[in-house]
Design a protein around this ligand. Structure first.
Ligand code: SF4
Ligand code: SF4
Length: 423
């Protein structure tokens, strides 16, 4: 297998956006008349379900489908289960939407679950995975994975977004408090925090080591942080946690601090919304809020064939429905008008070499994609270094033939994992 490192980086051409100096407060979206909670488990009609349509739920109640389920979600409101619906992601993984109708008259007192949080990673894994910022408690609670460094991300990982920077600059005290709680839970000794080097700020993170990141994309992606700041090269096919590194959003630590202070789960997610005209909005919405409610708040009308992208322009994925809910890990949403969406073509590769020149991992992308198009995933990994891709999306951005290279690569990695898991 090729194990190519990315020591000879090509010059990136795109820059991250910096936080505005006069912090804009998020627009708050009211709790809507129904919320959609995504549960990463498919409905199995042969099993006896623990929850059903018409059941009353409390704010903060943990919801699971079956006795043997490990997947769960947490209801952000008191209310009633209105509907179950199935959901399929862009890899074909099937999940379940639980639609809740809130009863705002019950949002406090009897209608709220009082948590008795203990500083144990097992507790966090069982009850706090769905906090805003999606803390990786599943990974941290896994005894087979040894983490020795936690990297808190205050530098956004995709273009246009300023969500992570905003949280980092606005809530440094809660980040430090959350980091202290996480330190006591995990006993991980080393905590670092990424911060854009061009961001002018006086905030202090005390004993947390600050990693000043370059403004040139893709400097804030995990593999690049490891290489440029931790002096580690991520081997092909490995994940940061294989090397003892765990990345945590700053927002996850803010959420953690609030849970332990208030003894109740929190559900307000902050994200960056980019409208059709490129205007950037900062939004605060309850997890589960349909994006359609957010769009209405900003007067964004979704027409047929407009594109809604969850995530940034380089690494995001399109969703087919404007009812897609706000999720714990959703940092950016982009709406593109159908008239400005660049059309993908059927043009074959013209061997211009742009993808190879821009790839920070030095992958022969033009050759790689031929194998991926032919569903030859093992060959793509063994001969053309699929596992070294850091998923920056630069190859697709520059492709002359407009081949969806990044999408082929993501799908290829997913298919390879599935093949190997079933082997
Ligand atoms: S997404 Fe494309 S450019 Fe980026 S590392 Fe992977 S192959 Fe290279
Ligand atoms: S950029 Fe596109 S057209 Fe050019 S070599 Fe790469 S895959 Fe082929």
């Amino acid at each position: 297998m090729i194990k190519r490192s990315f020591f000879s980086l090509n010059q990136p051409r795109l820059s991250y956006d910096l936080l505005e100096p006069d912090l804009k407060e998020p627009e708050v979206i009211p709790i809507p008349a129904s919320l959609s909670l995504l549960l990463p488990e498919a409905i199995d009609s042969t099993k006896q379900a623990l929850i059903k349509k018409g059941d009353a739920v409390k704010k903060g109640e943990k919801l699971t489908l079956y006795h043997d389920s490990t997947a769960y979600t947490i209801s952000p409101v008191a209310g009633t289960i209105h509907l179950f619906d199935s959901y399929s992601d862009d890899f074909g993984n099937v999940a379940t939407f639980i639609i809740i109708k809130p009863d705002l008259s019950k949002s406090s007192g009897d209608g709220t679950v009082i948590l008795d949080p203990v500083e144990e990673i097992g507790f966090a894994d069982q009850f706090l995975q769905k906090l805003p910022g999606a803390p990786p408690f599943g990974l941290l609670a896994n005894d087979d994975i040894k983490i020795n460094t936690i990297v808190i991300t205050c530098a956004d990982t995709d273009l246009l977004s300023t969500t992570s920077q905003y949280v980092g600059i606005k809530y440094p005290e809660e980040i430090k408090e959350g980091a202290n709680i996480l330190k006591r839970m995990t006993r991980v000794a080393k905590f670092c925090i990424t911060l854009p080097e061009d961001l002018k700020t006086q905030v202090s993170f005390d004993s947390i080591q600050v990693l000043k990141t370059s403004n040139a994309y893709p400097a804030t992606l995990p593999a690049m942080i490891m290489k440029n700041h931790l002096n580690m090269v991520l081997p092909a096919g490995k994940m940061p946690y294989d090397m003892g590194i765990c990345f945590v959003r700053a927002e996850a630590l803010v959420s953690l601090a609030r849970v332990y202070k208030t003894k109740a789960a929190v559900f307000d997610k902050i994200f960056t919304l980019i409208g059709k005209d490129g205007t950037r909005h900062r939004v605060r919405a309850t997890i589960g809020t349909p994006l359609s409610k957010v769009f209405s708040r900003f007067g964004i009308h979704i027409n047929e064939q407009d594109r809604i992208i969850i995530g940034g322009p380089m690494r995001g994925f399109a969703t087919f429905t404007h009812h897609h809910p706000v999720l714990p890990d959703m940092d950016t949403v982009i709406v593109q008008d159908r008239d400005i969406i660049p059309h993908l073509s059927d043009t074959p590769c013209v061997n211009c070499g742009k993808c190879i020149r821009i790839c920070p991992a030095n992958i022969p992308v033009n050759m790689l994609v031929r194998y991926l198009e032919a569903d030859q995933y093992e060959e793509a990994a063994d001969r053309f270094d699929l596992g070294s891709c850091i998923e920056c999306g630069l190859c697709a951005y520059v492709c002359t033939a407009r081949i969806p290279l990044y999408q082929y690569i993501r799908l290829g990695k997913h298919e390879l994992l599935t093949l190997r898991a079933n082997a």
